[in-house]
Write a protein that binds this ligand. Structure first.
Ligand SMILES: C[S@@+](CC[C@H](N)C(=O)[O-])C[C@H]1O[C@@H](n2cnc3c(N)ncnc32)[C@H](O)[C@@H]1O
Length: 295
């Protein structure tokens, strides 16, 4: 990042800035290239990359008329990488999730906006002093948000992947989140832990073989994305694990594929140990997570 940028007004005399490039056409060209590459939000991505290079918030770009030649080059390099469909968050090194910033890169799943809803539900159900378990924690997005926005007594983040654990430990450093390396499908995971108030889980849930964009297929770890033939391979044992961990009256929330409308709620009901089973949509109106209360 280049923090020593000079802000120049767009109307300053060009002859005093011969080594500088105007930002507006740089952004326009980048947007065109990103759109041609099939990037979903080309203008936003171009602005976020420029803001990253310049070390400013995206909202301050409008105040910047020109950039140094080295900044323009760095920006163009990043745009080329994004055109190659490297995830935006891998290029900036961070992902925003609710009110926290997570460090992300190769080896860890980039947290998604839709998961902010499950985290918000978990926050709303975390009473002061509560014990919360974040299964399949990845970057630690949910666990970090619980600590950031609620007052839990204990937060335990469980993750299996050694590569993801590096990012998870980095993201929760300095917070009270306890990291456990474990496989949530193993009956012995979190052995001895009971009386939990809230269990949250954003597991791998995309049915195997589902086509995914290059950012996902080439950069999110496959074990973070795909959940077996029907997408429910991890969810089934997670429901049994939640039933074992939760106290009577404790709650569980599980994110799922939009193709699983009703399936996860059905599994929670048929388990027999949960009441108040409910389905929740994401902001696009797609079924996204199911919740229940331990009997
Ligand atoms: C969809 S990502 C979610 C990450 C994070 N909770 C989030 O919402 O951004 C799923 C995570 O589960 C982990 N995972 C997959 N299978 C697992 C298992 N059997 N036990 C523990 N973690 C697992 C993956 O490594 C990945 O980090």
């Amino acid at each position: 990042m280049f923090h020593d940028y000079a802000v120049t007004r767009a109307d300053e005399h060009p002859s005093t800035h011969t080594d500088r490039t105007r930002l507006t056409p740089l952004l326009a060209t980048a947007t065109t290239k990103l759109a041609a590459a099939g990037v979903d939000s080309p203008r936003v991505d171009a602005e976020l990359l420029a803001a990253h290079v310049l070390g400013v918030g995206r909202g301050r770009l409008a105040l910047i008329g020109t950039v140094r030649a080295d900044e323009a080059r760095r920006f163009e390099d990043l745009v080329a990488a994004r055109v190659a469909r490297i995830p935006l968050q891998h290029l900036t090194g961070t992902a925003a999730f609710r009110h926290v910033e997570l460090a992300v890169g190769e080896g860890v799943f980039v947290p998604r906006p839709e998961t902010e809803l499950l985290a918000g539900w978990g926050i709303a159900h975390t009473a002061p002093g509560a014990t919360v378990v974040d299964l399949c924690s990845g970057s630690g997005a949910i666990a970090r948000s619980i600590v950031d926005e609620a007052s839990p007594g204990r937060v335990i983040a469980v993750e299996r992947s050694p590569a993801a654990l590096v990012w998870l430990r980095r993201n929760v450093a300095g917070t009270p989140v306890e990291v456990v390396q474990g496989d949530v499908t193993e009956p012995s995971v979190l052995a001895g832990l009971t009386g939990v108030d809230v269990v949250l889980c954003n597991p791998p849930y995309v049915p195997a073989g589902t086509p995914v964009p290059p950012e996902v297929g080439e950069h999110d770890p496959a074990e973070a994305v795909f959940g077996g033939p029907d997408g429910l391979t991890v969810i089934r044992p997670v429901i049994a694990l939640a039933a074992r961990l939760l106290r009577s009256g404790g709650v569980v929330g599980i994110e799922h594929d939009d193709a699983h409308a009703g399936a996860v709620a059905g599994l929670l009901r048929s388990d027999g140990r949960f009441a108040e089973v409910a389905e929740h949509d994401d902001l696009a109106g797609r079924p996204r997570y199911a919740t229940a209360r331990r009997i």
